[in-house]
Design a protein around this ligand. Structure first.
Ligand code: 5AD
Ligand code: SF4
Length: 448
């Protein structure tokens, strides 16, 4: 979501006459797009702001804006920071160019955020966000050939640890016609992979008279668009509703990638209840079994939180057991971080010591690494289709000697990272790679 918002804002500002620079030293305006999901992310923003405050001493005209979830969460408190000139929440990003041009926030001490975030936006506000979403140019996309398209905003799930419903507001599904129109425009401009975004993307639901549009309908409609070759969607919530339909759409269309990011968060039913997740570990496993029946080659990824209040060794063991059974391709593991305003923070003490959270994090990663390693080995000797993202991030491997044949990186339909040597002109294109070596999270191979 944040990558998309960053791209949208960069594009809107370029349309308004700004130029992008990589260097703070050159910048007239510095924007920090922020995340509030864990405390660590917010602390990093404050440390950036400390640095910018220092720079502003010699360059008082430089403007600094904080946008995104932290802007919405902290509002005026951020505006009072010495380094900050303006603050803009996720629902106000369409006004970004005006905010910079007017430069009035500091004087009036009024951040551009939504006062009552859980109230539904007006039709007009939703339309403004939709127009903003559709308007931005292809050249600004961060990954060649690929684009994100938001299909839903906000979240109504209120998982007890999560700040998202309080900073991104109520759940709204965008009209299917707007989404499809946007994907058509992207396809015409050469985009090959579209990733549909929503906090609970499988819960996408748009009611138009008698008809209820689901994510399966969006996937079917998007599949018929010429030029689009791969469709992915993140993130899914483990629920029966629409689940079969979405997987049937995946099985029916070769364009819908066999990939599911479906966080379980914990393997303990007691903790899942305390997290306000509406399923048990057993039900979660049943959903995955169902998914694998309908789409046998499906790659599954997950998220887990360790050290949630009250998590005992037994609860943690249940999480390890779940990971052993689910056999994720990869998963993201986070240490519980209490977020102000959430039910968990209000009602439950953060009882698990940091040392224990760290140990559980490391243990879980080790189990997952072993599984990822086993799964990646199955690719040895096989040929995979890869959408090339660009140069790999290992510059020492991309020396002058490799100039015409540097190390490139891309992803498969199942989201596996593939590294191989080839010309940079392949960026944004599909290639075939024969896998010759594997590591837990990466496949290495030779261009065919
Ligand atoms: N502490 C730690 N991890 C969290 N997540 C969300 N809220 C918190 C929190 N308070 C994790 C969840 C979610 C991912 C995006 O971030 O695992 O799926
Ligand atoms: Fe947060 Fe739960 Fe909504 Fe995901 S589904 S954004 S974890 S409240």
């Amino acid at each position: 979501m944040n990558k998309l918002d960053t791209a949208l804002v960069a594009s809107a500002l370029q349309d308004a006459g700004f130029e992008l620079t990589e260097s703070v030293k050159e910048a007239d305006v510095v924007l920090i797009n922020t995340c509030s999901v864990r405390r660590h992310a917010e602390q990093r923003v404050f440390s950036h702001l400390g640095h910018l405050k220092h720079i502003k001493k010699s360059r008082p005209d430089m403007m600094v804006g904080v946008i995104g979830c932290m802007a919405q969460r902290l509002g005026e408190e951020l505006l009072n920071h010495d380094a900050v000139d303006f603050v803009c929440g996720p629902a106000q990003i369409s006004q970004i160019a005006e905010l910079i041009a007017n430069d009035t926030q500091r004087k009036h001490k009024k951040p551009a955020i939504t006062e009552r975030i859980r109230e539904k936006l007006t039709e007009e506000q939703n339309r403004a966000l939709d127009d903003f979403e559709c308007a931005y140019g292809i050249a600004d996309r961060q990954i060649p050939g690929q684009a994100y398209v938001r299909v839903m905003r906000g979240c109504d799930n209120f998982c007890s640890y999560c700040v998202v419903p309080y900073v991104r507001g109520p759940e709204v599904s965008r009209p299917p016609a707007a989404v499809i129109e946007q994907i058509k425009k992207l396809a015409e401009a050469g985009i090959k992979q579209v990733t549909l975004l929503g906090q609970k993307v499988n819960a996408y639901k748009y009611i138009a008279g008698e008809k209820i549009y689901s994510l399966a309908d969006l996937l079917a409609a998007a599949s018929s668009i010429n030029g689009i070759e791969w469709l992915k969607f993140v993130t899914s919530y483990p629920t029966e509703e629409f689940f079969d339909d979405i997987l049937q759409a995946m099985a029916a269309s070769p364009k819908v990638c066999s990939y599911l990011h479906i966080p379980a968060q914990s393997g303990s039913d007691k903790i899942l209840r305390a997290m306000n997740r509406h399923y048990t570990a057993g039900e979660y496993l049943e959903l995955l079994d169902e998914a694998r029946k309908i789409v046998p080659d499906i790659a599954v990824a997950g998220d887990f939180i360790v050290g949630f209040p009250g998590e005992t060794e037994e609860d943690f063991q249940a999480t390890i057991d779940l990971i052993e059974k689910t056999r994720y391709k990869n998963c993201f593991i986070f240490k519980y971080s209490p977020r102000p305003g959430t039910t968990a923070d209000k009602k439950l003490a953060d009882t698990v010591p940091l040392q224990v959270k760290k140990r559980r994090n490391t243990e879980l990663l080790a189990v997952q690494e072993r599984i990822s390693d086993e799964l990646s080995r199955e690719f040895l000797g096989k040929e995979v289709k890869v959408l090339v993202k660009g140069l790999s991030k290992k510059p020492h491997l991309n020396t002058a000697a490799d100039r015409d044949n540097p190390q490139l990186l891309g992803r498969t339909a199942g989201d596996w990272i593939v590294v191989f040597n080839g010309p940079t002109s392949l960026t944004g294109k599909f290639v075939s790679v024969k896998i010759t070596k594997t590591a837990p999270l990466t496949l290495f191979g030779e261009l065919i």
